[in-house]
Design a protein around this ligand. Structure first.
Ligand code: ME8
Length: 519
């Protein structure tokens, strides 16, 4: 087993069906998880749903059902979304599970034992939509002059008895953490925002509520449930078996990456590390705040009528094309935009016409002109140059960029490998060699066979199903598809030795059509 690598997504509020932002985050986390597995790491990947709090309770009330019924019904859509999009999670956690209540209460007791909790009265602004407390100074004026949170959501004046966490005590330790571990918060722009916020000093945080009961009960304090964010953040350790600190917890904690959206960076880089410090637990290595996905440049909302069901998109265009588009089109960390036209244009140009077509042409020629037989051959300089180019893209550039969370850059390097193959096909013109120099034709096609195998292994984390379809056709064994398998040419000799012939190829990357109603 390789070195452990623990990655988590945010846990989603299941107060409605999953939207494209949820799908984007799950796909990005899955690409990272598959990439790290291909790099030989022992990956643990967790996602789930965040089921407590006022927002869930109010939604259930509006629907005339209990919060539990709402959670049970809606969380199944999130599980189905992950399954349909080939998201290879190991644990799907629901915060209403008993193990999560146990973990949250134990964490609470540790904060208490450390003297970091006290009872007082909370008076201030609360946004149910953000499930967040705001300072008067943070509020902005809405169009009608009413007060809104910095995210533009309504706030209400709240007065109640509450437990407080001594967050103010952790401002200095947090600043020290950001200084000593500069990539704790990524990308850098988000890091600067957090630094400015903490440098301004921190107020103690209200961490319990008494006006409703849909939450984890505060141990030893009747009538109090935990503030939803305190229990939500705990999910990352619940899934590892906390409070048992042996087993999975010992193996996978601290997390390598908490992947979250830009709107919830403060909770993960201020509250969460402070809570962990207080509880005497190790801190995650990195919190990465990705950007928001916009529909033709606009935020999706029910009032604009532009809400897209991610599973419908996947059904229209295919899961792999959707995954490819999202990782390729959006500079990871920044906001990005999508539209059916952009998906079709990008996937047709790159996946179907450049790469898919290359695979299809080469495998057809090997099948037709060489009876599908793989053999040893003597290469010319042009072949070595091509393989070296493809090798550098697949073995060095793509993994380097993916490790740095630059997915579009990594895919760009990969495309350069694909272009090099297409240029080589045009130059070498194997269809002409067929008559003039059949030996040379064989060398050209077999060089391309080797290049295609490398390109396919490299891109597999992004397009797992199509890649394995191609690798199956190439006859590459399932246990020889990691990045480590990209070294050397021994694999080719072993593949030849099997004597297995290639069959007639089946296209793995069909061209996409733009549905008429989307034009
Ligand atoms: O925030 N594009 O849940 P959530 C990209 N329960 N990402 C988006 C997005 C968009 N348009 N809209 C939302 C919560 N997200 C809490 C998290 S974690 C301990 C608790 C992202 O359902 C958002 O930034 O509102 C977050 O990372 C995730 O989707 C879930 O959002």
């Amino acid at each position: 087993m390789g070195e452990p690598f623990y990655i988590t997504t945010a846990i989603s509020y299941p107060n409605g069906k999953p939207h494209i932002g949820h799908a984007y985050e799950a796909i990005a986390a899955d690409v990272i998880a598959r990439f790290q597995r291909a790099m030989g790491r022992d990956v643990r990947f967790q996602t789930g749903t965040d089921e407590h709090g006022l927002k869930m309770m109010q939604k259930a009330r509006d629907l005339g059902i209990t919060p539990k019924q709402l959670c049970d019904g809606m969380s199944s859509y999130f599980i189905a979304m992950c399954d349909n999009l080939d998201v290879s999670y190991d644990v799907f956690i629901r915060t209403t599970e008993e193990r999560h209540h146990t973990a949250s209460q134990e964490l609470w007791r540790r904060l208490e034992a450390n003297g970091d909790l006290y009872l007082d009265r909370y008076e201030g602004w609360y946004s149910v939509r953000d499930e967040a407390f705001y300072d008067e100074s943070e509020l902005v004026a809405g169009e009608g002059g009413d007060k809104l949170s910095p995210q533009g959501t309504p706030v209400e004046w709240t007065v109640e008895e509450s437990w407080f966490f001594r967050l103010s005590k952790y401002a200095e330790p947090l600043l020290k953490l950001y200084a000593e571990q500069p990539d704790f918060i990524q990308p850098d722009g988000r890091r600067n925002e957090v630094l400015r916020f903490v440098e301004g000093g921190l107020r103690d945080l209200s961490v319990s509520r008494t006006s409703f009961d849909w939450g984890v009960k505060v141990p030893g304090s009747d009538g109090h449930v935990m503030y939803v964010w305190v229990d939500a953040l705990t999910n990352y350790i619940t899934g590892l078996g906390f409070p048992d600190e042996t087993g999975d917890f010992a193996n996978y904690w601290p997390a390598n990456i908490h992947l979250i959206g830009k709107d919830i960076v403060r909770f993960h880089t201020v509250y969460w590390p402070a809570i962990l410090m207080s509880a005497g637990l190790a801190l995650p290595r990195q919190v990465f705040g990705h950007g928001f996905l916009l529909n033709r440049g606009q935020k999706e909302s029910k009032s604009l009528g532009n809400v897209t069901d991610p599973l419908e998109l996947a059904e229209r265009f295919g899961v792999d094309p959707l995954r490819y588009f999202l990782m390729r089109e959006v500079a990871f960390g920044q906001d990005g935009s999508y539209s059916p036209e952009a998906i079709v244009t990008r996937c047709n140009a790159e996946l179907a016409n450049s790469y898919g077509n290359l695979v299809q042409r080469v495998l057809s020629m090997i099948f037709k002109n060489m009876d599908g037989t793989l053999e040893t051959f003597s290469s010319a300089e042009a072949d070595d140059v091509l393989l070296a180019t493809v090798f550098a893209a697949c073995r060095d550039e793509l993994p380097r960029e993916f490790a740095a969370m630059n997915f579009s850059g990594g895919i760009d390097a990969w495309m350069r490998g694909v272009f090099a193959c297409n240029a080589y096909v045009d130059e070498q013109a194997p269809w002409t060699l067929r008559k003039t120099d059949p030996d040379r034709m064989r060398a050209v096609l077999l060089t391309l066979f080797m290049a295609i195998r490398d390109l396919t292994i490299a891109i597999a984390p992004v397009v797992p199903t199509s890649a394995s379809k191609v690798l199956d056709q190439l006859g590459i064994p399932a246990d020889e598809r990691s990045y480590a398998a990209l070294t050397g040419a021994d694999w080719y000799m072993a593949r030849v030795a099997t004597g297995e012939k290639l069959g007639a190829p089946v296209p793995a990357f069909p061209r996409l059509e733009l549905p008429e109603d989307a034009a």
